[in-house]
Design a protein around this ligand. Sequence first.
Ligand code: GLN
Length: 462
Amino acid sequence: MTIAEHIAAVAGGASVRERAEAALDRVGDDPHRAFLSLDRDWILADAEQLDARLAAGESLPLAGAPIAIKDNLCQRGTRTTCGSRLLEDWVAPYDATVVERLRAAGALLFGKTNLDEFAMGSSTENSAFGPTSNPRDPSRVPGGSSGGSAATVAAGHVAASLGSDTGGSVRQPAAYCGVHALKPTYGRVSRRGLVAFASSLDQVGPFGATVADIAQVYDVIAGPDAGDATSADQPAPSAMEVLGAGVAGLRIGVVRSCLEQADAPVAAAVEGAAERLESAGATLVDVGVEHLDLALSAYYLIAPAEAASNLSRFDGARYGLRVEGRDLAETYRATRARFGREVIRRIVLGTYALSEGYADEAYVRASRARTAICRAFDSVFEGVDLLLLPTAPTVAFALGEKTDDPVAMYAADVFTVPASLAGLPASSSPVGEVDGLPVGAQLIGRRFEDTTLVRAMEVLSS
Ligand code: GLN
């Protein structure tokens, strides 16, 4: 059920309302627990409004296609929980810019999806409201942190969804669930209304079952926003316009060290993807990117440092839950005790990384490593247009397998964090299977060359 199919059905006389009812029926009782809120009455009322806009002759590029939204993006009037007890009853007073743009383009906003608490995690098991399961094998994780958004697209319940990616959270769940996802260049898509995790890394990105779905959503959400000071002040080229352009003439660097680090069958599937790009006219070269081995530790200092600072606003005074204590300090403590274990771990780690006497060894060193990684990418992109590597070292792991081992959990992000640190566009495309579980291939592009990724994603899906 792609966006194009929706557009055709609605052009052929179907109503958005009847399409919405069908989508709600498909979700049923949400067997994968992909949603944190899915309000039938709201959705049907929105669908009727879209029908009225169509009847009034308005042109709606997304024609009422159901699009699910990760529950760390504000949607006016709906709970925006971030998967946290602290925001369990917090209702967003405004629409995130991306949500506003989807609404204007005629998307049917279709529920809020499950995530690791405050987007911290790689499996959606850190959600305070219970994990999402992988539609391809319900005993496995869907990846994270945007697990609900990936799972609902993989299950064929919605046409597309939005997630957020700070260190891999759209790419890794897309790989585990067998769908496409794109993390745009940092600054390409507005972060206004995305609840901040690590502000120098966070970026909103779409999931889709097809590359055309990704391109359609990208074209709606990308572009400057005066409401986000880090939004790039240049128009976004259209991803729809490059569909069909192919990859002839592109030079693609295969990141050999990452293939060697991945499970052998995962690496073999990515090799297969490389061959497909080559038969479509791309030139393959083996490349190395310097300092990639520093990325995971740099990320797990920088992201927690920013998170510790961003999350200090959840103190019971202004947003969400307030657990009353005898005095202010106790109120803070009692409120913050409701954060989950992983969030507390990140706040402690981040506070340590920034504290006087330790910052030089931790945050400052990590920032230097980040600069070195950025330069290494700049130099490799002098010789190639895109990089190809696995999205994750393994296929989806079992629910519960890594919950007691944070370091093993963090290692699932080893191939996704480098592009995040450098702010580069990166995607994941399904390119094969290992024992029935999907394998994702990651592409990384030059800054602001998001549409080059789309060209290669399309070739990988053909
Ligand atoms: N898994 C990574 C983390 O836990 C990335 C999360 C994300 O991109 N939101 O930080």
